[in-house]
Design a protein around this ligand. Structure first.
Ligand SMILES: O=C(O)CCC(=O)C(=O)O
Length: 386
């Protein structure tokens, strides 16, 4: 038997008009939330209570002006270097200059490819099926490449600027205020949303463990820091459904069904300028549309957990192989924080470096040198995904 062929025509012009209206309205809602501003600490060193309140109310916060011009220039130089080292095409082993390409010879997950403006995960069983609905896929230009890299994992081994950002003292102080002084790493990712090409990331929330844990709460799955190299707009940035990080159960497919579109009516865009750094709760419903705009969006993404959310927990399967995250595993993965702090100290000697309490208590000293550079190869095999 041959199943019936259902011809589905997409009215791209109507979609584009609806999207424009949605973006304008979403931006207005985003600005009314009151969850943006510089990183501020109260007199006793705690994160300013207004920030803490707004973050937990919304599930995300945009810290303005965190990265200064010199750091942005370093990151941009490394981004260009990284992109020049991508394979010439999917499945190839060399870059455009004939060098061994990034990802070749690595065991750890590295590059993720997509057709231009497509949604590679939505509506598939990939990543534990956590992206239940396929997003709208605009038409890409006829001369667009067959496939593009839109995501790279394990960023810290490919970019010293990204490593130094990971050791940013004010950012780590903020992380420690939210996740506790014994916070742990999660993983690091580079999202590249190139104009007219960048893929969509379908609506999802990140956590895959702990949902039935009696001690579960709004912060159980930690959060991601999202540093913006070029800023982000409603057209190319992340969208978030505020408050959904507080819900144990949520049916994303039903939300899309009820809306009759992937333009979820309660969602707001994360709008940022170059150098802003947002934090996004991993339990909040979030996603991004294909970048059909004229603007680049490049996010240096790095996440952190509360120690109790990962210690002796068996997890994995999405970013790293399934394993029990015992104390030794967490300590080993946390060396990246030590290397980052030291790499940053070398580049920005006038800053006061962050002191990571677990290292201080254990008397561990991490030095960013030639030996360390070899030690970080494939470090993300030991990510702490939950
Ligand atoms: O930046 C994006 O477009 C997607 C980010 C995301 O889904 C995540 O960090 O979990």
């Amino acid at each position: 038997m041959n199943p019936p062929v259902i011809a589905r025509t997409i009215d791209h012009a109507a979609q584009a008009a609806a999207m424009e209206k949605y973006m304008a309205e979403g931006e207005e809602r985003a600005h009314a939330l009151g969850n943006r501003g510089p990183i501020r600490f109260a007199g006793d060193g705690a994160l300013h209570p207004d920030i803490v309140e707004a973050y937990w109310r919304c599930g995300f916060y945009v810290f303005e002006g965190v990265l200064k011009a010199d750091e942005l220039a370093d990151l941009e130089r490394d981004l260009k270097d990284i992109m020049s080292r991508f394979p010439v095409a999917k499945g190839e082993e060399v870059d455009a200059q004939g060098r061994k390409a990034i990802g070749v010879g690595q065991q750890a997950p590295s590059l993720f490819w997509s057709k231009p403006l497509a949604d590679p995960f939505g509506g598939t069983a990939a990543a534990n099926g956590r992206h239940p609905v396929k997003m709208y896929e605009p038409e890409a230009a006829k001369d667009a490449p067959e496939e593009i890299v839109y995501l790279m994992l394990g960023t810290l081994q490919h970019s010293e600027a990204a490593l130094r950002l990971y050791g940013h003292p004010e950012v780590l102080k903020m992380v420690s205020a939210i996740n506790g002084q014994d916070f742990t790493p999660f993983n690091e990712a580079l999202f590249i949303k190139e104009p007219g090409l960048g893929a969509s990331v379908a609506w999802h929330r990140d956590g895959v463990t702990h949902w039935d844990d009696p001690e579960w709460d709004q912060g159980t799955h930690g959060f991601n820091c999202m540093a913006q190299l070029y800023g982000c707009t409603p057209a190319n940035g992340l969208w978030v459904v505020p408050g959904t990080h507080k819900l144990r159960q949520i049916d994303i497919a039903a939300m899309v069904e009820a809306a009759g579109t992937d333009r979820l009516p309660e969602a707001v865009p994360l709008v940022a300028k170059p150098g802003d750094l947002a934090i996004t709760n991993r339990q909040v419903v979030h996603g991004s549309f294909a970048n059909n705009s004229k603007d680049w969006r490049v996010t240096f993404n790095f996440g952190f957990h509360r120690r109790k959310s990962v210690l002796n927990v068996e997890a994995g399967g999405i970013h790293n192989a399934r394993a029990v995250y015992d104390d030794a595993r967490i300590r080993r993965r946390s060396r990246m924080i030590g290397y980052a702090i030291d790499a940053r100290r070398q580049r920005f000697p006038d800053e006061t470096p962050f002191v990571y309490k677990p290292h201080a208590e254990a008397g561990e000293i991490w030095t960013w040198d030639d030996k360390a550079k070899l030690d970080v190869f494939d470090y993300n095999l030991e990510d702490l995904s939950i």
